[in-house]
Design a protein around this ligand. Sequence first.
Ligand code: NAI
Ligand code: MG
Length: 355
Amino acid sequence: MARVVKLAVIPGDGIGPEVIAEAEKVLDAATAGSDVVFDKTRFSLGAARYLETGDTLTDEDLDAIKAHDAILLGAVGGVPGDPRLRDANIERGLLLRLRFELDHYVNLRPSKLYRGQPGPLADPGEVDFVVVREGTEGPYVGNGGSIRRGTPHEVANETSVNTAYGVERVVRYAFELAQRRRGRLTLVHKTNVLVNAGSLWQRVVHEVGIGYPEVAVDYLHVDAATIFLVTNPGRFDVIVTDNLFGDILTDLAGAVTGGIGLAASGNINPDGAFPSMFEPVHGSAPDIAGTQKADPTAAIGSIALLLDHLGLREEADRVTRAIEEDIDERHGSSHPAPARSTTEIGDAIAVRLQA
Ligand code: NAI
Ligand code: MG
């Protein structure tokens, strides 16, 4: 009997629906003829929906999404600074709400410099690492407030929340991942200044690490980590870090491995209590929406992460290989690579899976 996977699809705004169409095309090609069937439900969420109805994410939306096995998201949000969206707060009200309510405590962001892919570094060597970013705590919990707003005496607080429970579970995930990969784990923090959260993270890494004697652990302050990500990205295997540092480091990681159009991610609830959510790292790119200039590779890479998460390893590897081959060919014959449309890239990758 076929295995049915209930997939919630949130195409979103701007280039979101454009890249998701290509990602779905590749998902269909990768699972054609297999005994897995994706039963998809579309959710219209994002800036466009807010402008139409005034809703960001209702409790009914959330309950309906929770009834799925996994989520595929394009990108949500309108033109930055659009005054009509000022009160919507799509980032907090939709994206962060999903990540918090669905307990996505692992934000998984792999960075790989594909063969043939030009990047900004002169001699990058092998670059293949994963950032495990904590997804439910840190300064992103919305714990804070302000008084005397708009006056010269305004006071604003944004408190970083770090719990032993929250840090332990993400650190353990990172150790497990490092053990399956090349056995190196780097904790990135700022323990010399953020001494309270820093000492909690360091203690937990030390204690959990005792159970993983074959994983080599090192530590970098976040500012030093940004240097190494540019000068020697090949030194990293798995990086574990908090929500804020992880957000910033992964944009840099995306930039050194060929750009935002390639960076995929998973917001994962490893316990399986809630559906995990897979999405490109980039946003809705209103500046290029409707022009077919969006690279769908990041969204397609998110399909590989989705398949892997569902235990469909063979299908996941085939998608990754198809991406690798496509990138290799993109840059193989001429530099710079000839521009291809969003659809052409999606078609080219899907065709490789039908072969
Ligand atoms: P962005 O990632 O949408 O765009 C930044 C730059 O990268 C733009 O020049 C864009 O054209 C380019 N770019 C992005 N994705 C690309 C792709 N696949 N191929 C080629 N070029 C690409 O970030 P920005 O401009 O800061 O945000 C735009 C909107 O997206 C905002 O409303 C923001 O809140 C939202 N956003 C949503 C995210 C999500 O849904 N996960 C994540 C980041 C931003
Ligand atoms: Mg970000």
